[in-house]
Design a protein around this ligand. Structure first.
Ligand code: SAM
Length: 279
């Protein structure tokens, strides 16, 4: 499908509706519809899916999602100034766009969506990380979403997809990769946004696995990983000392040297260590 719709160019939408970017809402807009269609395509085939979009702003990515064939888009936007522009898009795609004026952190979007559900968003970075962690740690697995296609500050994208042995490897990598496939699918320079942010960005695509890569209790795994990386420069026998008197034995049986540091330990080993705490 083509990215061309009969709506005005986004620069004109912004001028017509007085959508000067607000820093407090992390507003860095994407105004190139070819680019927003390309981001939408990173989410794969949208034709049979409901898409949850957080922070549509003037609607560039929303238009990309609709022109790329999303069955339905539910867009959640906090800034009331954007609503008239989004309403014009809803009229151009009858019955396919619902807009909710709400804070994404307060809302349970599930009542409004029908599976299969994909999440696609260009969000302020702080909200993005908080939502990602929520989406990765639901009470039950598999989660409500089939995939997440999210814009992040490049440094955060690298933390999500990092492998052991790198500085970026930590809690976010473990949480992201334990129950999902996570990869960077696009890099964007600051100039792709209006106004340009200070740092480069990247789009991360995560696909939910039907079940965890290795068995472990989520709460225990989170606790072990949080402790291990809280003192990432310490040897694990010291960083995890408070968790059990026989921590060295537990580390050894999980295939981890007690003198190793968290950033060299593989996901499989963290899961084995977490299992040693299950009674
Ligand atoms: N998606 C648009 C684009 O790509 O041009 C806008 C992206 S801009 C980085 C982030 C958007 O998220 C803004 O429209 C902002 O008003 C909205 N936003 C910020 N915090 C939000 C929140 N807590 N809940 C919902 N929307 C939020």
């Amino acid at each position: 499908m083509s990215a061309i719709d009969n709506l005005p160019p986004l620069r004109q939408v912004i001028a017509d509706h007085g959508l000067s970017a607000r820093k407090s809402l992390g507003q860095n807009f994407l105004l190139d519809l070819n680019l927003t269609a390309k981001i939408a395509r990173q989410a794969g085939d949208l034709s049979g899916c409901d898409v949850l979009e957080i922070g549509p702003g003037p609607g560039g990515l929303t238009r990309g999602l609709l022109s790329e064939g999303a069955r339905r888009v539910l867009a959640i936007e906090k800034d009331t100034r954007c609503l008239p522009a989004l309403d014009e898009i809803a009229k151009a795609y009858p019955g396919r766009l619902e807009v909710l004026n709400a804070d994404a952190l307060d809302l349970d979007p599930l009542q409004h969506l029908t599976p299969p559900i994909k999440v696609v968003a260009n969000l302020p970075y702080n909200v993005g990380t908080e939502l990602l962690i929520r989406w990765l740690t639901p009470p039950d697995w598999p989660p409500f979403w089939q995939s997440l296609t999210l814009m992040f500050q490049r440094e955060v994208a690298e933390r999500i997809t990092a492998q052991p042995g790198s500085k970026a490897y930590g809690r976010l990598a473990i949480l992201s990769q334990w129950r999902a496939d996570a990869r960077i699918v696009m890099h964007l320079p600051p100039g792709a946004f209006t106004p340009p942010p200070k740092v480069a960005s990247a789009v991360v695509h995560l696909t939910a696995l039907p079940e965890p890569r290795f068995p472990a209790d989520p709460k225990i795994l989170e606790r072990v990983v949080a402790r291990a990386f809280n003192q990432r420069r310490k040897m694990l026998r010291a960083a995890l000392k408070g968790m059990a008197p026989d921590i060295e034995d537990r580390l050894l049986s999980a295939g981890i040297k007690p003198t190793d540091r968290a950033e060299t330990v593989h996901l499989e080993q963290f899961c084995a260590l977490a299992r040693s705490f299950e009674t």
